[in-house]
Design a protein around this ligand. Structure first.
Ligand SMILES: [Zn+2]
Length: 505
């Protein structure tokens, strides 16, 4: 059995007893699990000994929301709100699906960047239109298995026509343009549920750490029967019902336009607010929405950087926490964030809520951000019994940081260093399920140079094809801009969103 003893380290456990305050001691890993934590642990026979002096051991970070489909789009876009950016990152008119080798490398690259930066669990809301294919989904599972990361992976679903999921779309778009978007009958709920069941049977639990989660894309993009069937299966399988809600002002208008109520109230009425519910974004929620979310015990993946890049707004994190909502941190895809680094999201989320109002007693603290990035994120992934803190019996998902480094010298308070100073540069080792996946500045599971070389060879041609696709989809941009404009001007009826910044109110 694989055994590792880390001695004389500063242990930041994020457990009930110590929270985010480090204590000194040893940590023993056996068979992939944390077997013991305490002073002067005796090294078992055959154990690898790691000197923990001047080192901090902490739980691996959880990326609570991302999309591997965007991995090749870093550094490609700017200056576009969601509704317009979607046209290019998720084109309405599509080419053939990305080839299987690039599909594999795309997920592998996301996992590689994540691991190097201390992310040991990622939640990939995998988007692979136009259909759900077990072989292709299995390719993504294989990439995460090979990289050595823990992951929840979906096959994101939608079955409502794009133009019926957007307010004003049928009015602003010409009949000619609309006719280009007729892709035939939408997927039936039963078909998606059957697909999910086969994913559970064939892929779920791969290597003991790559799981399937259920992800209807958004309440305005899925029929009620699809979403309710998804929730039923998510509860049966104890996995997240992972969805996008109220990211933009346009989406805040959508609920009222389509249903005469907010999308959160709509979800409540359908029985879709549960412990299993993980909501990406939650920017444009009202106080009434937050009350419903807190009562139901839902989780939110807070994508602070993505929400800034797409001009979506700032999620009311303090009020969500006050309402009883569990918070995790997500990068969102590498197109709307440009990196897979949760340390960046921690820093931005740690800073941005200080402009939420003059009552500085309510500003979000480094301690709270650190919990979101670890145990909070694990809860959003429904993996809090497995990862997110250093506790006996949990999986050894952790990283070792060098405290003799710029982000930590001179040493003051660990949580504040980790949120405001660290950017991943102090990470020396990363472990997932007891296996060291990164040390001495390189990944142990993947030949990074070979992957980079293959990406350099294969991706440019694919991006050229994508550029042509962007050009073709550009014909919809004026209509999307008009939808965005109308949504900006529209009144929000019965809406009490105050905005966390005055100009968003
Ligand atoms: Zn997303």
């Amino acid at each position: 059995m694989n055994k590792t003893l880390i001695r004389n380290a500063n242990i930041l456990a994020v457990d009930a007893a110590h929270g985010t305050k480090p204590f000194s001691g040893d940590l023993l890993v056996e068979g992939g699990l944390i077997a013991a934590i305490g002073p002067d642990l005796a090294p078992p026979d055959g154990a690898r000994i790691i000197d923990g002096r001047d080192r901090l051991i902490m739980p691996g970070l959880v990326n609570a929301h991302t999309h591997s489909s965007e991995t090749f789009f870093r550094g490609r876009y700017e200056g576009m709100p969601l509704e317009i950016w979607l046209l290019y990152a998720y084109p309405l008119l599509m080419n053939d699906p990305i080839g299987k080798r690039l599909l594999y490398l795309r997920s592998l690259l996301l996992a590689m960047e994540s691991l190097r930066n201390g992310v040991t669990t990622l939640c990939d809301d995998f988007f692979d239109p136009p259909r759900h294919n077990l072989d292709r989904l299995g390719t993504v599972f294989r990439a995460y298995d090979d990289a050595g990361i823990r992951a929840n992976v979906s096959s994101a679903a939608m079955n409502i026509h794009t133009l019926d999921a957007l307010p004003f779309a049928r009015d602003v778009m010409s009949a000619g343009l609309q006719s280009l978007l007729d892709f035939g009958p939408p997927m039936k709920a039963e078909a998606y549920v059957d697909f999910c069941k086969s994913a559970f049977d064939n892929l779920h639990g791969r290597a003991g750490r790559v799981n399937f989660m259920i992800a209807p894309s958004a309440p305005q993009r899925c029929t009620p029967d699809l979403m309710m069937a998804c929730m039923e299966l998510a509860m049966e399988k104890h996995v997240p019902f992972h969805t996008h809600v109220l990211e933009t002002r346009t989406q805040a208008i959508t609920g009222h336009e389509l249903h005469g109520k907010s999308l959160i109230a709509y979800m409540r009425d359908l029985g879709l607010l549960r412990r299993n519910t993980t909501i990406a974004h939650s920017v444009w929620v009202s106080d009434d929405d937050m009350l419903l979310m807190g009562e139901a015990g839902v989780s939110v993946a807070h994508n602070a950087i993505s929400n800034l890049k797409l001009g979506a707004g700032i999620a009311p994190v303090r009020r969500l926490m006050d309402a009883g909502v569990t918070l995790g941190l997500g990068t969102d895809g590498v197109s709307s964030n440009d990196t897979a680094r949760i340390f960046d999201v921690m820093r931005v989320a740690g800073l941005i809520h200080s402009v939420s109002g003059p009552d500085y007693g309510k500003w979000v603290t480094a301690d709270e951000i650190l919990r979101m990035a670890t145990i909070g994120g694990a809860k959003t992934a429904m993996l809090e019994h497995v990862t997110g803190s250093l506790e006996i019996g949990k999986s050894a998902d952790l990283m070792i940081l060098n405290l003799r480094s710029y982000p930590f010298l001179p040493f003051n308070d660990a949580a504040k260093h980790l949120v405001y100073s660290e950017n991943g540069s102090s990470i020396e080792k990363v472990m997932v399920a007891g296996r060291i996946v990164m040390e001495d500045g390189r990944l142990t599971t993947v030949d990074e140079a070979a992957v980079f070389a293959e990406l350099a060879e294969l991706v440019p041609a694919w991006l050229e094809e994508h550029a042509e696709l962007e050009r073709r989809n550009g014909i919809f941009a004026p209509a999307m801009a008009e939808i965005h404009r109308r949504a900006t001007l529209a009144e929000l009826p019965l809406y009490r969103y105050q905005g966390d910044l005055p100009f968003l109110g």
